[in-house]
Design a protein around this ligand. Structure first.
Ligand SMILES: Nc1ncnc2c1ncn2[C@@H]1O[C@H](COP(=O)(O)OP(=O)(O)OP(=O)(O)O)[C@@H](O)[C@H]1O
Ligand SMILES: O=P(O)(O)OC[C@H]1O[C@H](OP(=O)(O)OP(=O)(O)O)[C@H](O)[C@@H]1O
Ligand SMILES: O=C(O)c1cccnc1
Length: 544
């Protein structure tokens, strides 16, 4: 088979090649149904070969209930109904109340996962083995299975950019598409965005604590699986970490990598000094020596100093030492003194040992002399808040006449959905600082609006008047009619973007504990719509 023909064909559109046995010409098809050969018009005799990108396998990355709902909608002839879904979270992770705090908890999420979501949407289809598996369930008819074969994402997808700061109940993704497609995508969208945003949020908080010092991501060995470690290393870099130990993330995404050495390297040699010398000789430009294998103050630091001096004599420089256990404040202060007394002022002190934003803050408070922070387990496992509860909710559907806003009412007032097709603006003051977010209905124009009163979503006593603002829409088009219209930024651009966004918030909103609640306000029209729908649904429920 001529490879060049295959290379010219978009595997996202065509999944089968029919080789005409009469004229031997290939015909590219989206399904395996036989059509007349476009070259010679023959219909009878074709060799059918599957043709799709085998590295992607997203079709069945779903919960069974999605396929069951898709089937029921299909059987009722409703599967093509256009609908709107919002994706958002309700409660920020990691935020801990301090003292007798009883009020509402603030906090933020650093949005991440869009890069993977784009790949999912672009490569979303059921391959033949997926169809075969579904057939084996004996739940779905052949007509439906045939429909699944040619199913692709055809809708509109809007999202915040990776690294954006997002607050509770604010949509970070909006999808407008046939209901079948919105249902299909739910599980993998949530899986990707929840896991990556959770980690980027943790990393962003760690960077707040590190206050610009060097941070290295070292979580690979403790991550919940391979993919999580690679995505986690990427998310950490965007959030501001300087390096990762994860070579796969370096290769796949261009995350800068670095490494020191493990205890095993010291244990293996006859003694610590020989181990340090061997490592420093091989890496004269970047050696950080791990000093806690036997005795930090008795042998580790003294041996590192010996090696540092030998390197100096040879015209090189020891980069640093690493502390990995014990009292890091005490050891780092002693280490700094010992290194300085030996004239090794440039030798940096790195520390690792179950660190996170809280231990970093505490160590800094204690005057620890640590220059480089190595962060593994507590970052990559999102140790103190292991899930982000982002949700995917239907908020509107098309009727014969128009769009109809949909609501879901919960016993818990915080869980009542904001209905309808909405836009999200961030309002900036003259100094470029974020004053609040404003959620309104799509048709509402705010270009000419001079003053907005940001109202607390649930507390009518809290409001804030904003004038002279600049309103920036936060949801940008990613897909239009199933085609990607968004150019993914480079990793460096996303990293700069995250830092720039962070700098537009007063630190009260982003601080680690008891942050102020950032104002997110609904427009009057949206509030009225919500109240009207709540009233209608409650009335209806009483009548039923
Ligand atoms: N001065 C300090 N203040 C607050 N926390 C510290 C300080 N020094 C170390 N820590 C933290 O205390 C914990 C120490 O953990 P632990 O006693 O289990 O292990 P370790 O000293 O690292 O030894 P090992 O890894 O050999 O078990 C780590 O989470 C570390 O980050
Ligand atoms: O402490 P973390 O934040 O997870 O950082 C990564 C840890 O991984 C290595 O530990 P290793 O696997 O050698 O285990 P140990 O240090 O706990 O003995 C390294 O020495 C760090 O301690
Ligand atoms: O380079 C390091 O020091 C490192 C990497 C992974 C895990 N622990 C340490």
């Amino acid at each position: 088979m001529n490879r060049t023909i295959f290379d010219a064909i978009d595997p996202k559109v065509y999944r089968f090649v029919h080789i005409c046995n009469s004229c031997k010409q290939p015909n590219f098809r989206i399904s395996d149904q036989v059509n007349p050969c476009s070259a010679c018009g023959q219909t009878a005799d074709f060799e059918i070969l599957p043709f799709f990108d085998p590295s992607r396998d997203y079709g069945l990355d779903v919960d069974e209930y999605a396929i069951n709902m898709m089937y029921a909608l299909y059987k009722k002839g409703l599967h093509q109904t256009p609908v709107v879904f919002d994706d958002f979270y309700r409660k920020a992770p990691f935020v801990k109340p301090v003292g007798d705090h009883t009020g509402e908890l603030g906090g933020y999420v650093a949005f991440c996962g869009l890069h993977q979501l784009i790949d999912i949407v672009e490569n979303l289809y059921f391959n033949e083995s997926d169809i075969e598996y579904l057939r084996s369930k004996q739940l779905y008819d052949e007509e439906f299975l045939a429909e699944l074969r040619s199913l692709r994402f055809t809708g509109q997808l809007y999202a915040m950019e990776e690294g954006q700061i997002v607050f509770p109940n604010t949509p970070y993704i909006r999808i407008v598409a046939p209901i079948m497609e919105c249902v299909w995508i739910e599980a993998q969208l949530l899986n990707t965005v929840n896991s990556e945003s959770l980690l980027m949020t943790k990393a962003s908080r760690i960077m707040t604590a590190a206050e610009g010092q060097t941070v290295i991501e070292m979580g690979k060995r403790r991550a919940q699986g391979r993919d999580a470690s690679v995505q986690g290393a990427r998310a950490a870099y965007i959030a501001g970490f300087d390096y990762s130990s994860n070579m796969k993330a370096g290769k796949q995404y261009g995350v800068p990598t670095t490494g020191t050495h493990a205890h095993l390297f010291v244990q293996f040699f006859p003694n610590e000094l020989e181990a340090f010398l061997a490592f420093a000789e091989v890496f004269p430009a970047k050696s950080i020596l791990l000093v806690d294998t036997f005795d930090v103050l008795g042998s580790g630091i003294p041996n590192a100093i010996k090696v540092g001096k030998i390197m100096q004599e040879r015209g090189h420089k020891l980069s640093g030492i690493r502390l990995d256990s014990g009292d890091l404040a005490f050891f780092s202060k002693r280490a700094r003194k010992m290194l300085d007394n030996a004239g090794l002022h440039d030798v940096k002190i790195a520390a690792s040992s179950d660190l996170d934003e809280y231990t970093i803050t505490s160590l800094k408070y204690q005057g620890a002399k640590i220059d480089i922070w190595g962060i593994g387990t507590k970052y990559i496992t999102a140790y103190d808040s292991p899930a982000l509860g982002g949700v995917h909710k239907i908020v509107a559907r098309k009727t014969e006449k128009d769009w109809m806003a949909l609501i879901k009412i919960s016993e818990n007032i915080d869980k009542i959905l904001n209905p309808g097709i909405k836009k999200v603006y961030r309002l900036y003051d003259q100094d470029g600082m974020a004053k609040g977010d404003y959620i309104c209905l799509e048709h509402e124009e705010i270009g000419h609006v001079k003053e907005i009163v940001l109202k607390h979503p649930t507390n009518p006593l809290k409001s804030k008047r904003v004038v002279n603002f600049r309103a920036v829409p936060l949801l940008v088009p990613i897909f239009e009619h199933g085609k990607r219209v968004y150019k993914t930024p480079t990793l460096e651009q996303s990293r700069r973007f995250h830092l720039a966004q962070k700098n537009t918030f007063w630190e009260e909103y982003l601080r680690l504990d008891n942050p102020e609640v950032y104002p997110v306000s609904l427009s009057d029209e949206l509030k009225e719509l919500k109240e009207k729908l709540i009233h209608e649904k409650r009335q209806f429920a009483l009548m039923e």
